[in-house]
Design a protein around this ligand. Structure first.
Ligand code: GLA
Length: 661
């Protein structure tokens, strides 16, 4: 809801309020971000920190908008033009007092989240240069202390949660890679140092952008905290020609009065309601770990038979089905079935998969090319390159310049054709290398063209689901999530290590988008031996997939796996549609109406590893029946004392299903 006062705008979510006030010099400022307020209460609030800090005047903090006019003058002096409210969307139209520059600040209330972005228009006849064009700045109320939460990581180790005191400095989270990155993820949370999963105030922001980005959180000399964020990393510039506009990506904010868990609930609800559809995420089989580059039609058919017998609903053939792609050295870019491996094309495999009752999906990596490919030989000029600079290969591949419309049109053309000519309902869209040798003008249009291709494909092929992937979780962000159905969370499928990866992923992103496979033991990357049941339990807490070499699984393993897949299908509505509560690192609870699903795990052998696992958000007066044992539990006791004996003596994990009687 949006209420309008005199130079004052109050945005209300169901449980929070956000007030914008024009300062005396017309600077739009944040007067409030926190608990819900009435317009009357908001009227008494003074102006606060700028909504989009600019260079100029006596502002010495981070400037989210940095601009150079033709005469080398910089900065903005604000002038308020007007505002418009349309439903839950507020636009404050501002301009510079002297230069022909218009700046619209956008706000949109979406559930418990407020989306913000900015449009900058050069309405003059001369070009201007943008050195920085952030989406928005968020300001926190003063508190006695501040703590920063974010994730960092690497390939195979994405989404590691970090929680540290916030330095009295400018702390920059950024990606200079052209994708959102394994090493960081474009969101952060700040609390006063005392918040827990269940209690305390948490302010959180997340950027919907899948290219390079920068979020700076600033704790200033007055102990005030502000966060400015947007696309592009430092050093990139944009030229805005006469009459041109730039729209920044959404930088959304969520206030939680109910701890980090409360923040996650709000982000999950936001993503599920406004970014995702509610189609059931099918149980996937993905061939990558089973076969890597060594694939054939017969072997894929054999895997498909076994996958179908397990209850898999979608068979996905990963890399190496196309061109001369028999290793990572060749073939990328040649998107036709490898004639030696699939002499009759893809149709025989797809038909068989369909006869087995499964949908069919394929792996693609449209943005990349191996120099050893027909595509590169035909179009060497299509790759990202700079004069007088060496070409950097990563995984033996270069990047196609998707900022160029002809390259984007080529990519859309073959993808559309592939999906049109075959019965394909799923694409795993990978990107296995960062940008190098990219000029200033590439970084933003490249990402926009990737978005446009995906949006167009989905509009043209409504049955098509897409999984976002960049060597695992290297491009997982709200921008990608708004146009895909799930994420390939990490190439690391070691269940024990996945727990921390999934714990970090779940801070922002909902379980239904968290692709998780059960693979072989010993694990292909870490060599760890783990029970099948434990591997399943960890993967069943997201969007379950199977990625092991089923041809080598024993009859007993296949039988156990089929039973677990069946069990997963029963709990899937609760895992994907319910509220997710992290029970420390060692458990996770999903609650939907009267139904509760709890996973508990102890990946390391702990003597006395039976500490109680206290459940959350139950009806204290309710009685909950264990669906497997029939034992009755009081909601009040489950919350205050926890599940009695959460784990059988010799188990690494367990799944408990409870229902309120
Ligand atoms: C990336 C992905 C993997 C797999 C390979 C194929 O590493 O993250 O899941 O698809 O590429 O080459």
């Amino acid at each position: 809801m949006i209420a309008v006062g005199d130079g004052l705008w109050l945005l209300s979510t169901p449980t929070s309020g956000y007030a914008v006030r024009l300062a005396g010099d017309a600077t739009p400022t944040c007067a409030h971000w926190g608990p819900a307020l009435t317009l009357d209460q908001a009227r008494d609030l003074p102006a606060g920190r700028p909504e989009l800090p600019v260079e100029g005047g006596a502002w010495f903090g981070v400037a989210g908008l940095q601009i150079r006019y033709g005469d080398a003058v910089r900065g903005v002096e604000w002038r308020h033009l007007d505002h418009a409210v349309e439903g839950d969307h507020l636009v404050l139209r501002m301009a510079d007092r002297h230069y022909p520059l218009e700046i619209s600040l956008h706000y949109r209330v979406r559930g418990e989240a407020i989306e913000r972005w900015t449009t900058v228009t050069n309405s003059g006849a001369e070009p201007v240069t943008l050195l920085r064009c952030d989406s928005a700045a968020w300001s926190l109320p003063h508190r006695d202390g501040y703590r920063l939460s974010h994730v960092s990581g690497d390939w195979g180790r994405e989404f590691q949660l970090r929680r540290t005191g916030l330095a009295a400095a400018e702390t920059v989270l950024t990606s200079r890679r052209g994708h959102s990155g394994h090493h960081a993820n474009p969101w952060l949370m700040v609390d006063d140092g005392d918040a827990t999963e269940e209690h305390g105030e948490v302010w959180s922001v997340a950027l919907a952008w899948s290219g390079s980005w920068r979020i700076t959180v600033e704790r200033d000399q007055h102990d005030r905290v502000g966060v400015s964020g947007g696309f592009g990393h430092e050093g990139l510039t944009w030229r805005l020609g006469a009459g041109e506009s730039v729209d920044t990506p959404v930088f959304a904010g969520v206030y939680s009065p109910a701890g980090f868990g409360g923040a996650s609930h709000r982000w999950h609800d936001y993503a599920r309601t406004f970014l995702l559809d509610d189609r059931i995420r099918p149980v996937v089989f993905n061939s990558w770990e089973a076969t890597e580059f060594d694939i054939s039609q017969e072997q894929q058919l054999a895997l498909a038979e076994r996958a179908a017998a397990l209850g898999v609903e979608l068979f996905v053939m990963d890399d190496a089905w196309f061109g001369g792609r028999t290793s990572d050295r060749a073939g990328l870019g040649d998107w036709w079935p490898n004639p030696d491996r699939f002499p009759g094309g893809l149709a025989p495999l797809i038909e068989h998969v369909r006869e087995l009752g499964m949908a069919f999906g394929l792996w693609v990596e449209p943005e990349s090319v191996n120099p050893d490919s027909e595509l590169y030989r035909a179009h060497p000029e299509w790759v990202l390159r700079q004069p007088n600079r060496r070409s950097t290969e990563v995984r033996n591949q270069l990047l196609l310049d998707f900022s160029r419309d002809e390259v984007a049109a080529w990519a859309h053309g073959w993808l559309d054709d592939l999906v049109r000519r075959h019965d394909i309902s799923f694409l795993k869209w990978d990107m296995n290398r960062p940008f190098t040798e990219a000029g200033d003008e590439v970084w933003v249009p490249f990402v926009r063209n990737v978005y446009a291709i995906i949006d167009r494909l989905r509009a043209e092929h409504p049955q098509l689901a897409i999984e976002g992937c960049a060597s695992g979780g290297g491009r997982a962000d709200l921008g990608m999530l708004a146009r895909t159905d799930q994420t390939w969370t990490s190439d690391n499928t070691d269940a024990a290590q996945r727990i921390a990866i999934q714990h970090g992923y779940s801070q922002l992103y909902p379980a239904r988008t968290m692709g998780a496979w059960v693979t072989d033991s010993p694990n292909a990357i870490t060599g760890r031996l783990t029970p099948l049941r434990f591997r399943f339990h960890v993967a069943m807490s997201g969007a379950l997939g199977v990625g092991g070499d089923l041809l080598r699984w024993t009859p007993q393993e296949l039988e156990e796996a089929a039973a677990l897949v069946e069990q997963y299908k029963r709990i899937r509505p609760v895992v994907h549609g319910g509220r997710l509560d992290r029970l420390g690192l060692w458990g996770v609870q999903y609650t939907l109406g009267d139904e509760v699903v709890v996973f508990v795990w102890r990946p390391t052998t702990l003597v006395g590893g039976d500490a109680p696992v206290r459940l959350r958000g139950l009806d204290p007066d309710g009685v909950y029946r264990d669906e497997d044992t029939g034992v009755l539990h009081h909601g009040a006791l489950l919350m205050s004392h926890g599940l009695p004996r959460p784990l059988p003596f010799d188990a690494l994990s367990d799944l408990r299903r409870l229902k309120r009687c």
